[in-house]
Design a protein around this ligand. Structure first.
Ligand code: AKB
Length: 321
């Protein structure tokens, strides 16, 4: 008989975590998923525990009490926020990961998911179709912590046989929860403006092309990687995955197909320097070969869904008030 998986998610209130928690509940059953974050989410339906992942003993007791077999460790500080508090970001991103790695070894957790990012690349990497394997020279603390995390993931796999799997997420675009503190956040914020206003002020320049992915593709990639047979996983640091690539100007054109009067004003700030060092597009051929990764959403489908879903959410909220 196949043993029932028991899932723990850290950072479950976040942009990815909140959607992943629901998908994992659908897949494994509501009672088999424990969502955690540093503050409670009033609207969460299911098992929720307050957890600061820096607190190893509390993490361990949640793992023991719930007989956890898989952990998705999403708690982290992102690129733009990270630059405001570099040492704190390093501490939080790396210490929480060590706690998760260690508890997984001690408590025999079967599988662990660690999110990495396109932020691992630096300005020297080829911008177009950035290869899976290239010298990683990140410019942000977030990127540095992700490179370290990727290498520690491989170390724990090699030395403790911990089945840890990872993808390098592009900017994730979804309508469910706002992202916080990232350099790619403009690509979500713009839709909140588009449904109500005609002008959006963008903190990146108009031709800054970055890799992006629609939420459904990001979640599917995560789950497909975790479900893939162990023998097919050739990358134990982190897999490149691509969805789409566009600049703020191209995203504005896509929105103008629905709202012709919509305009973007460009006022690049400190985040421009971060984005300028990142890839414009990503080579994800190794993920495609190893576990059949295949993105389904392009810029126009994503734009249409974002606008429809955000309008619906706004109407539902208005009806409730
Ligand atoms: C960020 O902008 O920091 C994140 C990322 C690309 O990892 N969205």
């Amino acid at each position: 008989m196949i043993k029932q998986e028991k899932i723990l998610i850290t950072g479950a209130n976040g942009q990815l975590g909140s959607v992943l928690a629901k998908r994992l509940q659908e897949k494994h059953g509501v009672n088999n998923v424990v969502a955690t974050d540093i503050v409670a989410d009033e609207d969460f339906v299911g098992n929720f525990e307050i957890l600061d992942v820096l607190d190893f003993e509390r993490l361990k007791s949640i793992v023991i009490q719930n007989e956890i077999t898989q952990i998705y460790h999403l708690a982290a500080i992102l690129s733009a926020s990270g630059e405001k508090h570099p040492k704190r970001t390093w501490d939080i991103n790396t210490k929480t990961f060590f706690n998760v790695l260690d508890v997984s070894v001690i408590q025999n957790v079967n599988k662990l998911f660690f999110p990495s990012s396109i932020a691992v690349y630096g300005a020297n990497a080829p911008k177009i179709n950035t290869p899976q394997s290239y010298e990683l020279t990140p410019t942000t603390v977030y990127g540095i912590s992700k490179v370290a995390g990727e290498n520690w993931a491989k170390y724990y796999f090699d030395n403790y046989d911990l089945d840890i799997r990872s993808v390098r997420y592009p900017g994730v675009i979804g309508h469910q929860t706002l992202p916080g503190g990232g350099t790619t956040d403009y690509a979500v914020d713009i839709f909140y403006k588009a449904i109500n206003e005609t002008n959006f002020e963008c903190f990146l320049s108009k031709n800054t092309t970055l890799p992006m992915i629609y939420m459904d593709d990001a979640i599917r990639a995560t789950i497909e990687l975790m479900d893939a047979p162990k023998k097919s996983i050739s990358i134990r640091t982190s897999y490149n995955i691509a969805g789409m690539s566009f600049s703020p100007e191209e995203l504005t054109y896509a929105i103008q197909k629905i709202y012709p009067n919509f305009k973007t004003l460009y006022k690049p700030d400190f985040r421009q320097k971060i984005a300028s060092c990142w890839p414009s597009s990503i080579d994800d051929s190794v993920a495609k070969k190893d576990w059949n990764w295949n993105p389904l959403f392009g810029i126009d489908e994503m734009t249409k869904i974002m606008i429809e879903e955000l309008k619906l959410k706004q109407q539902t909220k208005l009806q409730k008030t």
